[in-house]
Design a binder for this molecule. Structure first.
Ligand code: SAM
Ligand code: SF4
Length: 459
């Protein structure tokens, strides 16, 4: 944990000179170069209270996101395999001591039917999630589940990327996970504050702070080079958590040569029989949360920021504007809930956004964003440092925009049935017309092939 220097982070948080408005503005100006920020710079931005400077911060976050990722918002959904868990995280309904939840582990047939339902909704990317349990969610089971998911096909539509958020593994186990052809391996430290971590994780293997903290390096050593990190906001002071998260990103970039592919920003939601979730010890209000997202965008411009359906639609709309690049949509957090909605009896926590995928797609388009179901980078070997080079040089958009538009067109061709998405279709065509010549030509060709019945076209 040498790179999480609590004393240094506390000094940065309490430095009274960081309230200087000119200093804050000069850092926002520097961030416009898109080269990221030091920890000290980020700490200074955390002290912004002046409304005009906040507006400048948000405007810059939006510009940086659009320079690197354009107006794309990548869509995905989580798929929960099991809610069985041997840990006791005080914020989670899956914790072992919660006797009120009904435990369920999906059979492989149920995994298929859940994933099939998501394919029929129009999804192409899944995030596999499960509790930690040596019997219920062991590696062979996870591997079998992934294999079944990749093998599904619905009229040329399928799941093309399975990202995974499971408990940390040893390097040898990560090698096995890598062999299942996963996309990103995600792991949230939950809280970087050592004492808070110990209180929140009273028993089970997750008690081990250090084993969790170093999981990304072990995964990398095992060959998994797209890594996602995150904090569960609400457990301790958000300023500390944000600076620690950025220290982690900096450390990974320096030691592995690749920073985190994604940063997730879950915020504590109410969860059944989970004391820390009923009354978050350091609840983060919406405006601080927005500031957190914008600072992440300025500090690590090349990283994807993931926003889940934990948040309500109104706030999600605001956060798209300050740097979010990936969102979940139409999510359920109980094993089996896509086929048979089971309400709260099996769920991990309460959601804020209950809309179906097509409603989110329409909303996102109306706001001027382009929904993307693209999985091309990972399937064309553009992962790890190869992806980062393209993202850092700003070239990723040239590849992503045509691929994103093509997958969006594919979605409209196959999943608009019975839904009036004509306005959305019109937006798509306008976006194609507005592209630079080279990209326009490529995209139009892909769209023509899709109309003829081709599927899964990318480059
Ligand atoms: N069980 C594995 C683990 O803990 O690493 C896999 C991930 S867990 C099922 C998914 C994530 O949900 C956790 O890492 C945590 O950040 C988040 N989570 C748990 N309880 C939550 C709550 N009450 N509100 C919001 N997010 C929560
Ligand atoms: Fe289990 Fe993960 Fe929930 Fe903790 S957060 S109780 S490890 S499922």
């Amino acid at each position: 944990m040498e790179f999480i220097n609590e004393k240094y982070l506390d000094e940065l948080i309490t430095n009274k000179y960081f309230g200087d408005k000119n200093l804050q503005l000069s850092i926002i100006e520097k961030a416009k170069l898109g080269k990221g920020l030091s920890l000290k710079d980020s700490a200074i931005l955390l002290n912004i209270i002046d409304d005009e400077i906040l507006i400048e911060l948000y405007k810059t976050a939006k510009e940086i996101k659009e320079n690197i990722y354009g107006n794309r918002l990548v869509m995905f959904a989580p798929l929960y395999l099991t809610n069985a868990c041997v840990n006791n995280c005080l914020y989670c309904a899956f914790r072992m001591d919660n006797k009120e939840i009904i435990r369920k582990t999906l059979t492989l047939e149920e995994v298929e039917s859940e994933a099939f339902q998501l394919i029929k909704d129009g999804h192409k990317r899944l995030l596999l999630v499960c509790g930690e349990h040596p019997k219920e969610s062991n590696l062979p089971y996870v591997g079998n589940a992934i294999e079944r998911i990749y093998n599904l096909d619905y009229k040329g539509n399928n799941i093309r990327r399975v990202n995974v958020n499971i408990a940390p593994l040893t390097t040898d186990e990560f090698k096995i996970l890598h062999s299942f052809e996963i996309g990103t391996y995600q792991i949230f430290q939950e809280t970087y504050h050592y004492n808070t971590y110990s209180i929140m994780h009273p028993s089970g293997p997750k008690k081990d702070y250090t084993f969790r903290l170093h999981a990304p390096e072990r995964a990398f050593e095992a060959g998994i080079d797209d890594l996602g990190i995150g904090v569960l906001f609400g457990l301790t002071d958000y300023k500390f958590e944000l600076l620690a998260l950025l220290s982690h990103a900096e450390y990974l970039d320096k030691t592995l040569g690749v920073g985190p592919h994604t940063i997730s920003i879950p915020r504590l939601e109410p969860a059944q029989n989970a004391p820390a979730a009923q009354q978050p010890p350091h609840a983060v209000d919406d405006s601080s949360f927005k500031k957190i997202v914008a600072i992440i965008r300025l500090a690590v411009p090349y990283t994807g920021i993931i926003l889940s359906t934990r948040e309500k639609p109104e706030l999600r709309r605001e956060l798209f504007n300050v740097g979010v690049s990936q969102i979940s949509a139409g999510s359920k957090t109980s094993p089996g809930a896509y086929k048979n909605d089971t309400g709260n009896k099996f769920g991990q926590f309460q959601l804020g956004d209950h809309r179906e995928l097509h409603e989110v797609v329409e909303d996102v388009c109306n706001l001027g964003y382009m929904p993307s179901f693209c999985t091309a980078c990972y399937r064309s070997g553009r992962t790890g440092d190869r992806f980062m080079k393209l993202a850092k040089s700003g070239k990723i958009g040239e590849i992503c925009t045509p691929n994103a538009l093509a997958t969006f067109k594919e979605y409209l061709l196959d999943f608009a049935n019975g839904k009036d998405l004509s306005r959305v279709e019109k937006t798509l065509m306008e976006q194609i017309e507005n592209l630079p010549d080279k990209e326009k030509k490529i995209t139009k060709k892909m769209v023509e092939e899709l109309k003829k019945g081709e599927r899964d076209i990318y480059f």
